[in-house]
Design a protein around this ligand. Structure first.
Ligand code: IMP
Length: 448
């Protein structure tokens, strides 16, 4: 049975406002390789927003929100959905699997969360079953060189978009166009499926029938002109949060290519993926974990292969929300973060999972790399150098104290405060929030 009044109960558990009322347009962006815990702070920041807009990616994202004893794992729907006052918008830059969106909306409805206000941009592109099949086949074809994608069809859907073969959400509204476009794209993709990969072709009309019968009737009222919705909200003086998925170093242009996703999670991506100009952006909050993790392949200078790494994975429960894959662990890398500040114009940092380090004897912070005998403080643009980079660490005594009840800066042991202060100095932007546990109220406002 759906729980009535869930939203009110949830809202009453938020401990305090965070003072964003003068900041109309805020971007939240991951600053590492994803899984920084963006969902939690997005949810927190969302409280003072009237709209939360996803601007890129698709259901390769997995945002977990813990509310009391309840856990919500969202893939496509923006994090602000748990608040009744928020309009959650899936922007034009997102790739949308309509079946996944339906499942997610069903799950939310079933748990008493209203999905009535969810809007999906008519210009967002669809992920359809052939994208997923092609994603898996490409990965298999790459063998040892595989990227470790989530196999959700993200790359093939963005590739179709770039090839001008993509199908947009709005195309579902015109059956003739939808069928014609499916015939065109499958005329191409079926050749790849059958001739390159020896698979069965997908029937365009059967697929059209399924999407139009199962998805369109439910999604129709949610399909919208998201660009004008966002601008009308900003013009009316409302606060809008732009929610990035994945992260800076998974960015198609700025990440560790080719081990990246196929969109632009960096703050600039919000402009293209939501239809706003850069002058609208007032605040860019970077989310960083107190250590680093990465899923899939690719360079990772501070990666740990020792007991400390296993401990981070175990305590931090570092397994994919969607895929269950073990994440690769490592120490916090300030070299990467300084680059993330530049790429995103970060105005501040929010640190997550500080409590995961509670039991460590020593906590390490990478402040520079040694590459071919030289000390390097900027992220090398040549990726071969990144593969050879040896981290130079500053070491801090561990605080060996439970932080999960710390809700004020004064509750932090001196060692944890020193670590945060040094991290902030190294990165060059203020840390304003630190998370001390998975729960919605387990965080503190930090100011050194
Ligand atoms: P894709 O986005 O599924 O194409 O995967 C490309 C790369 O991005 C792979 O290394 C994935 O593990 C990584 N990736 C995609 N989405 C996420 C995410 O939400 N968190 C962390 N890594 C991700």
């Amino acid at each position: 049975m759906p729980q009535r009044g869930f939203t009110e109960r949830v809202q009453s558990r938020i401990p305090r406002p965070i003072g964003l009322t003068d900041v109309p347009a805020t971007i939240v962006v991951g600053t590492q390789w994803g899984d920084e815990g963006k969902g939690k702070f997005t949810d927190l920041l969302a409280k003072e927003m009237s709209m939360v807009v996803r601007y890129q990616g698709g259901h390769n994202a997995g945002h977990t929100l813990v509310v009391g004893d309840e856990k919500f794992a969202l893939q496509l729907v923006p994090s602000g959905v748990l608040y009744e006052h928020i309009t959650p918008v899936i922007g034009n830059g997102v790739v949308v699997d309509p079946f996944v969106l339906l499942r997610e909306m069903d799950m939310l409805r079933g748990r008493g969360v209203s999905v009535d206000k969810i809007k999906v941009s008519g210009n967002a592109h669809l992920i359809l079953p052939y994208h997923q099949e092609l994603d898996a086949l490409h990965e298999r074809h790459l063998g040892k060189a595989k990227l470790g994608t989530t196999k959700r069809g993200i790359g093939p859907a963005y590739a179709d978009k770039a090839m001008r073969l993509g199908i947009r959400v709005q195309d579902m509204l015109d059956e003739d166009i939808f069928r014609a476009k499916l015939h065109t794209v499958l005329g191409h993709s079926n050749k790849v499926l059958t001739r390159v990969f020896n698979r069965l072709p997908i029937d365009p009309d059967q697929l059209a029938d399924k999407v139009l019968a199962e998805c369109l009737p439910i999604l129709r009222p949610h399909i919208a002109d998201s660009v004008n919705l966002v601008h009308d909200a900003l013009d009316a003086g409302e606060n809008v949060l732009f929610e990035g998925a994945q992260a800076t170093f998974l960015d198609l242009d700025h990440g560790t290519y080719p081990f990246v996703t196929s969109s632009n999670p960096t703050a600039g991506g919000a402009c293209a993926g939501a239809g706003i100009g850069p002058k609208h952006i007032d605040r860019v909050v970077g989310i960083a974990k107190a250590y680093v993790t990465r899923v899939g392949a690719g360079p990772f200078p501070t990666e740990l292969f020792d007991d400390d790494g296993d401990k981070m994975v175990e305590i931090g429960r570092e397994f994919g929300t969607n895929t269950g894959r073990r994440r690769r662990p490592g120490w916090f890398d300030a070299v990467m973060l300084r680059h993330a500040v530049r790429l995103n114009s970060l105005t501040e940092l929010a640190i997550t999972k500080l409590d995961v380090l509670d039991t460590f004897d020593t906590v390490k912070l990478c402040v520079a790399y040694e590459i071919d005998g030289e000390r390097v403080e900027k992220l090398p643009y040549h990726q071969s150098e990144l593969h050879r980079a040896v981290p130079i660490y500053e070491e801090f005594p561990g605080w060996k104290q439970d932080l999960t009840t710390a809700t004020e800066p004064g509750h932090l042991p001196v060692q944890a405060a020193s670590y945060l202060r040094r991290l902030e100095e190294q990165v060059g932007v203020p840390v304003t929030l630190a998370s001390t546990g998975p729960g919605r109220d387990q965080f503190l406002h930090w100011s050194s």
